[in-house]
Design a protein around this ligand. Sequence first.
Ligand code: URA
Length: 209
Amino acid sequence: MSKLHILDHPLITHKLSIMRNKRTGSKDFRELLDEIAMLMGYEITRELPLEDVVIETPIEKMVAKTVSGKKLAIVPILSAGLGMVDGLQRLVPVAKVGHIGLYRDPETHKPVEYYCKLPHDIQDRIVILVDPMLATGGSAVDALTLLKGRGCKHIRFMCLVAAPEGVEAVTSAHPDVDIYTAALDRGLNEKAYIVPGLGDAGDRIFGTI
Ligand code: URA
């Protein structure tokens, strides 16, 4: 069963509250999202595999443990997910980055993939799928299905704000995927925006309001 991890460290919660404020402009919004992604990345990478390397300290030789960074891939769902990539990559600079662009066909309601570029060995990596807002869960569910279709077996989903509806959608479609969020909000409004939420994350990141 998926586990929901609410990463409500005071620094994360504080920064998220500034982001929620409608008076916060795009520059600050982007910077805060980047900082939160890095802080969340600290927790989401907690169980990354370590490998032994032999090094020499100024005193003697030792077997030291290092993160096997090549085993990680960060995959943003376009376009708002891009805002969380740099913060994560700063923690694990050798992580590979893939991109997934999806939309729902308004008539068939089927997911349409308009862009997808993934590391060639994505199936061998631990994948962190990122999208700031987990609202209905439609894009996350479809992106997870796509990743599994490419052979990915170890996937985590990371968002900034989640709605219970999105958590339920991801959990029932992909019970093997853990969800990491900075906050679990009340629900969705009639336009499928998260309430209280922070508005349209993409618009606030890219200044397209
Ligand atoms: N996407 C957003 O950017 N905001 C929401 O509240 C829901 C979906």
